[in-house]
Design a protein around this ligand. Structure first.
Ligand SMILES: C[S@@+](CC[C@H](N)C(=O)[O-])C[C@H]1O[C@@H](n2cnc3c(N)ncnc32)[C@H](O)[C@@H]1O
Length: 212
């Protein structure tokens, strides 16, 4: 655990350590309990992926991580979270895939990760396998967060966990799209909140149909 947390802190990314520890605890519980793959939407440079990968490895399963690697709206040039060192000089576009691969390699966790380069809704349409945990940390507009919820929440296995990042009930603290999908999950009658730490919410799926 010390090693994976050191790698987490060394990796580029946005998740603070306390939220990372909450995600890691959820991932370990889900992986050990169900033995099913853990899936993340929003790889970026792999900071949170490391936690899912280590949890998956300890339970003999894998972490799947989905990202088009071109960055979210707020990571584009001129925006608050832009990192010019992640721009590919050949295309002039953000490309977080090389840094992600370095992160995973440095942590020795490559064999526990299936990385999918693509748009979350397109990948979700192709996916059939039930998942032990879905972690939503992709695009933060209503369009993207809504599509992530609709695409992936139905694939959480009964007893599995849905984890949502950047949930801010107060608009003064941040954008509302992740909060709105959090509210949709609670209103579904299928997900119940099991923990909340700052902007990270962990919900468990009960039996029953999920209408999204
Ligand atoms: C906030 S960052 C993820 C941070 C990462 N989980 C971490 O802890 O470091 C959001 C990522 O979602 C990706 N993304 C945004 N919309 C997406 C979409 N529709 N499909 C796939 N990836 C998307 C962006 O490219 C970006 O890398």
């Amino acid at each position: 655990m010390t090693d994976v947390l050191a790698a987490f802190e060394a990796a580029k990314g946005f998740m603070p350590l306390d939220e990372g520890l909450a995600l890691y605890a959820a991932a370990r519980e889900a992986a050990a309990g169900l033995g099913l793959p853990l899936l993340e939407v929003g790889t970026y440079c792999g900071r949170s992926t490391l936690l899912l990968a280590d949890a998956a490895a300890s339970a003999g399963t894998v972490a799947v991580t989905v990202d088009h690697h071109r960055g979210s709206e707020e990571q584009q040039p001129g925006w608050e979270y832009h990192d010019s060192s992640l721009v590919d000089p050949a295309t002039g576009r953000t490309d977080t895939l090389p840094e992600f691969r370095r992160t995973l390699f440095a942590a020795g966790l490559e064999e526990y990760v299936v990385a999918i380069v693509g748009r979350s809704p397109q990948v979700a349409k192709l996916w059939r396998q039930p998942l032990g945990l879905v972690f939503i940390d992709g695009g933060h507009t209503d369009e993207h967060a809504g599509a992530d919820y609709e695409g992936w929440a139905p694939l959480v296995a009964v007893g599995g966990l849905l984890v949502i990042h950047d949930v801010f009930p107060d608009p003064a603290d941040g954008g509302q799209a992740p909060y709105r999908i959090h509210q949709r999950a609670l209103a579904s009658g299928v997900f119940t909140e099991v923990s909340a730490l700052r902007s990270l919410r962990v919900l468990r799926r009960a039996a029953g149909d999920l209408t999204v």
